[in-house]
Design a protein around this ligand. Structure first.
Ligand SMILES: [Zn+2]
Length: 477
């Protein structure tokens, strides 16, 4: 897809005065149904500069320079916070921001690996120039730990001191098992320095050995993906991750939990008071493993594999009951061609897919509208909870006086079919194309600036910022 005309149009639009927040400039959002104090209320919201200054009925514009936005008939929600996005390859902070903002997400995270001889601050520092030049959404950053000796109390203190307070560990990688004792030390150092450890919980030995056996048996094709990566791998790793949290007292955040059996393990731990926080991912709420029997199984490859309808039902139920705290995209900007690369098999494949633009509309449409998820829980799992868990609440995650003016106006009556050509991600397609979704963002504001309106991204690359986060403290939900 040629992006130049879009970029030109955006530059032209942005040169108008309305798109850029003036320091101290005032905006009034008038007459919307805003989610405030845990409920839906018809109120006005006054924004001064980047911040929410006043919430109440019948607010009066300060003077003629106030920009007044009519929100009557619109739902007004806090901007989404997606703590799980991977930006690399063809995707940039710019293209990912466009997808996120069009889909109501105003803050997202990226990850970067800690290399040999490095410390956790090194990948962060490497990412800073791209974030500064490209991002429109606000950003947080998670270093990935492959060698636990890189994460001592000293090196994590250095990371936390500059305002990034998470790391990620992949149990699924072959580097994990030989270093498991070292990762126990990582968890203890994280606890001591106020850092939250995110964990990809799949057992490396079970995953690798089973996939190799499938290939040896001539069943290496992607149609066998779910069987070649049995749920036992997620179950075993979830049990072990929970045990490590229980033994150390360190909080863990399980990314993209997919299976009912894994959820039950996390729920048991939570009931015992172990600090286990759970994220699930849109594909596990909207798709089942029969997709691997379609003509295009590659499109549906994500880790862990898609589950059964009973897994889907258990995850929706966990979201509503509060044992699942967050929905994160695990967005990856692979193109359709990359996802359908015929050289892939059950051991070597491109995992992950584009999801930033449609996660919230689909969760709203199939959750809130269908009665599977209350509006409170929708706001909590997509905004408030991740803001709390990742150290940016109440700056983000809530519509309140003093919070950043990250606001999304929704037309909950608008029905649209998801189409590849409407996607802003460099992936250029959606795995959900053809689905009818009711309820879409019509306007997105990031720190007081209108960055998306009626199908057009008006925010400028470089206007987003790397957020400084607080250290871990047990959140009140
Ligand atoms: Zn991921």
């Amino acid at each position: 897809m040629c992006r130049t005309p879009t970029l030109l149009a955006i530059l032209l639009l942005s040169s108008g005065s309305a798109a850029l927040a003036q320091p101290g400039g005032e905006t009034l959002i008038r007459g919307g149904d805003a989610f405030v104090d845990g409920q839906r209320r018809t109120v006005d919201v006054r924004i001064v500069g980047e911040t929410i200054a006043e919430i109440g009925p019948n607010l009066v514009a300060r003077d003629a320079s106030t920009e007044v936005i009519d929100a009557s008939g619109r739902l007004v929600l806090p901007g989404g916070v997606d703590p799980h996005v991977h930006i690399f390859g063809n995707e940039t902070y710019d293209s990912a921001s466009r997808a996120a903002l069009a889909g109501g997400i105003t803050t997202f995270a990226n990850f970067g690996g800690i290399g040999q001889g490095e410390t956790p601050i090194d990948p962060l520092n490497r990412a800073r120039p791209d974030i500064a030049a490209q991002t429109i959404a606000d950003v947080i950053y998670h270093p990935i730990v492959s060698d636990p000796t890189t994460t001592t109390a000293d090196t994590l203190e250095t990371l936390a001191a500059v305002g990034q307070t998470t790391i990620k560990v992949f149990m699924v990688r072959p580097t994990f098992d030989p270093a498991a004792a070292g990762f126990m030390a990582t968890l203890r150092a994280a606890l001591d320095t106020g850092v939250l450890t995110m964990i990809h919980a799949e057992d490396a030995a079970i995953v690798q050995n089973t996939a190799a056996q499938f290939i040896a048996d001539g069943r290496g094709g992607l149609e066998h993906f779910a069987d070649a990566r049995p749920v036992a791998a997620e179950v075993a790793a979830t049990q072990r991750a929970v045990a490590m949290a229980e033994a150390t007292g360190a909080p863990i955040y399980l990314v993209h939990l997919s299976a009912e059996r894994a959820l039950r393990i996390a729920e048991d731990a939570q009931a015992r008071g172990v600090p286990v926080y759970v994220e699930t991912r849109p594909i596990y709420l909207h798709l089942t493993r029969d997709r691997f029997q379609s003509d295009t199984p590659g499109l549906y490859i994500g880790l862990p594999p898609l589950g059964t309808q009973s897994d889907v039902d258990a995850l929706w139920d966990g979201l509503e009951r509060g044992t699942i705290h967050v929905v994160g995209t695990d967005h990856v900007g692979h193109t359709r061609e990359q996802k359908l690369d015929p050289s892939q098999d059950v051991a070597r494949h491109r995992a992950g897919m584009s999801n930033l633009q449609v996660m919230l509309p689909m969760l709203h449409s199939e959750g809130v509208r269908e009665g599977r998820l209350s509006l409170d829980r929708f706001v909590e799992v997509t905004s408030t909870n991740p803001a709390k868990l990742f150290g940016i609440y109440p700056r983000k995650g809530v519509i309140a006086v003093g919070s950043d003016a990250d606001l999304v106006m929704w037309n909950t009556a608008e029905t649209r079919t998801i189409r590849d050509e409407d996607m802003f991600s460099a992936s250029g397609y959606s795995v959900y194309s053809g689905r009818e979704v009711t309820g879409w963002p019509t306007l997105t504001m990031r720190r007081g600036e209108i960055v998306y309106r009626d199908g057009v991204v008006t925010g400028v690359a470089g206007s987003g910022e790397l957020l400084t986060r607080e250290r871990w403290r047990e959140p009140e939900f």
